[in-house]
Design a protein around this ligand. Structure first.
Ligand SMILES: C[S@@+](CC[C@H](N)C(=O)[O-])C[C@H]1O[C@@H](n2cnc3c(N)ncnc32)[C@H](O)[C@@H]1O
Length: 234
């Protein structure tokens, strides 16, 4: 089941989405990014208020895990918002990418990671996310666990650059589908339901289809929702 809703997260109701096993939320970064139908520009105070509102809302929409992806510059504000919404942090993870952003920023290191916070519920399906270990692949070590190892808390997947074939040209900051597939496989039951309330170019929709989950995607932008529908029907 794929359901798409053109709506702000603020307006989503529990009755229209039903039971949700996992929320994946790659939130806007409040850095003047131009999305279809939406400019991501707020004052710091407005953004802090939104963070609190969005987190509180998400915890009313599921009892399951919430995975929050955000820009590292807001780490302090995010942690304050998580705390004030009384949501437990299960683990802090990092998506480490190559092809980093802001390579030409003067006097600053370039950005090469996005924090991924695992919140609220410790549900995990370890068997779904094991990866081959160096012991297995490089060293032929007989002590290696045959099913692979649990991934470390830093995940290496490239950023989707403009020149990549999977890049949707109409959207500015599409996330790597492999990141979302790991979250979905590891933290929701087979045939469970995922909600992505900031669905953007639809990465979570395609990740949920690839991992055999039901998915609800919502976005403030009607253009995003229409573009995803077009890709699904084509
Ligand atoms: C960082 S992008 C998500 C990118 C997505 N993960 C992808 O791979 O394409 C954030 C999205 O949030 C949407 N957005 C901004 N404010 C919103 C709100 N209040 N409710 C729902 N969506 C919102 C923007 O239109 C944008 O598409």
């Amino acid at each position: 089941m794929v359901k798409l809703i053109a709506k702000k997260i603020e307006d989503i109701t529990k009755s229209e989405i039903g039971d949700v096993d996992l929320i994946v939320a790659d939130i806007p970064d409040c850095l003047d990014q131009k999305y279809p139908d939406y400019i991501d520009k707020m004052t710091k105070t407005e953004y802090e208020a939104k963070l609190h509102l969005w987190l509180s809302k998400m915890s009313t929409l599921t009892d399951g895990p919430i995975f929050l992806l955000f820009n590292e510059r807001w780490t302090k504000e995010i942690e304050i918002a998580i705390d004030s919404a009384c949501i437990p942090i299960i683990q802090r993870l990092l998506w480490r990418y190559n092809f980093g952003m802001d390579q030409s920023r003067h006097g600053r290191y370039s950005l090469c990671y996005r924090p991924v916070y695992w919140l609220q519920n410790p549900y995990i399906q370890i068997e779904n996310i094991r990866i081959p270990s160096d012991r297995q692949t490089k060293y032929g070590d007989s002590r290696a666990a045959s099913g692979g190892k649990i991934p470390p808390n830093v995940w290496h997947f490239p950023r989707i650059c403009g020149s990549f074939k999977e890049k949707r040209s109409w959207f500015p900051n599409q996330i790597n589908q492999k990141v979302i597939e790991r979250i979905i496989s590891g933290h929701s039951p087979e045939n469970g339901t995922i909600l992505d309330p900031f669905v953007g170019s639809g990465t979570s929709i395609f990740a949920a289809i690839a991992t055999s989950r039901n998915v609800i995607g919502s976005d403030i932008s009607n253009t995003c929702i229409e573009q995803i529908k077009k890709e699904l029907s084509g």
